[in-house]
Every structure is written in C-alpha cells, then in structure tokens.
Design a protein around this ligand. Sequence first.
Ligand SMILES: [Cu+2]
Ligand SMILES: [Zn+2]
Length: 252
Amino acid sequence: MKNPLSILIVLFIFFGLTSCKQGGQKAQKEISIEKKKLNDSLVKATITTTVKNGKEVTEEVKIIEGTPEEVNTALEKFKKETLMTASEAHEQHGGQKGAMETVKKLQFSLSAKSSSTTSGMVTLTEKAGKVTLEAHINGLTPGQHAIHLHEKADCSSSDGKSTGGHWNPTFEPHGAWGSENGFHRGDIGNFNADETGHGMITFTTDLWCLGCDDPVKNILEKAVIVHQGVDDLSSQPSGAAGARISCAGIIQ
Ligand SMILES: [Cu+2]
Ligand SMILES: [Zn+2]
C-alpha cells in the first residue's frame, strides 16, 4: 500500500514581543520542517529557518537524510537547541522571560479511501494552549459529511478501518462535541460540501495538544477520517456516518 508521507511541520518562534516592540523592533523566527518519505527506509527532512528582524530577512536551509529514527532524533535535537537559543536571544533583547511565543503547525494531505476520489489538506496549529484544525477537501458528494479523529495514525487499509474506532481517551459515549452526556475527544462533527464537491471546516479547542505529555489531550499518532455520511451525533459507538472516504495520520 503506497502512502507517500509528506508532512510540513512549521514552528514559529516570535521573540521580542514585549520590550523589543517598544524599541520599534520585533524579531521573528520561522522554522519550517518538511518531511518526505523517499522509500521505506529513507526519510528526507528539509529545515528552512527564516529570521525577520525589521526589514532584514535571512534564510538558512539544512537537510537531514536517514532512517525515520535517525531523522526524528536529529529533528528533536534541532528543535530543542533552537528553542534554547531563541529564548536566550529573547532575553538578550531585553524581553521578559517566558514572553516568547511559539506556534506549532503540522500540515499533511488526506488520501482517498473506500474507492472515493477525495483529496484534501489538513492543517493543525497549536497556539496559546489551543489547537485549530483546518481541513479543505475536494471530490465529495454535495451535502453533509462527518469528520472525526480516530485512534490510530494508520491509513494503510483501503477502507480506512486500520485507524480503529473514534479516539476516546476519556471513555465517554459518542456524541456532539461538548455534550453534557459525554462525547469522544475525536467527535469533531459534520461539515458541508458545496455543489462542486468542495468542503472545509475550521475547528478550535483547548482540549487537544500537539505532542504534549497529557494522553487525554495529545492528538499526535491519531488519524483524521472523513465519512461518506452524516454523523447523527447519537448512534453508538460512532454516529452511523458510513464509509470512511478520506484518511490522514497525524504524524510528525
Ligand atoms: Cu469517524
Ligand atoms: Zn465518536
């Protein structure tokens, strides 16, 4: 099963938002990491660091190639060092400790499942303790479709069932997001596709995080699933939303 992995991870670091701003300067560092699977044992990561300091813009590109484990270890090390350097620079700029802001962004494409012709893009952004999911999907039948997070980032099966059931770390019944009768932390709900088969949804919550230590919040290693049908928000265990027609694993 071919499932080309191409993920864009963007890590924004703003510093000097407090005191530096009074001096008329705002330094901004943007790090984007694009990960591509070259073959089963080889991954290539391209790290682009852009620093904007007033009118001055500098860009630096670094490439890491190796096994998935090697690349992940190198990326973790790179992120740690970068965050440390940024916080030091921030303090040197006269910024307050802890006033540095980082924004984490993951972007990946959806793959068609259950003989559908869907395609699409999902962006996840974490900022100030909130995660926003933005999905744009094409090739849908016009009307309502369910979208959920499922428990495993495994889109290998042709029907998407390799992703397991709805992600439900709190062991609650399926339901409408925020319902007092309980809901799965993956129960995003429904969105509408227009006459051309294009649909989009934006969803923000503070009940998710991208890679934090809380297993009830961390959505890494889960999957985004789009269904052919509508989630009735009550049928157990998954809202009777029909076939799984689009899938993406949330992997970084
Ligand atoms: Cu689902
Ligand atoms: Zn559910």
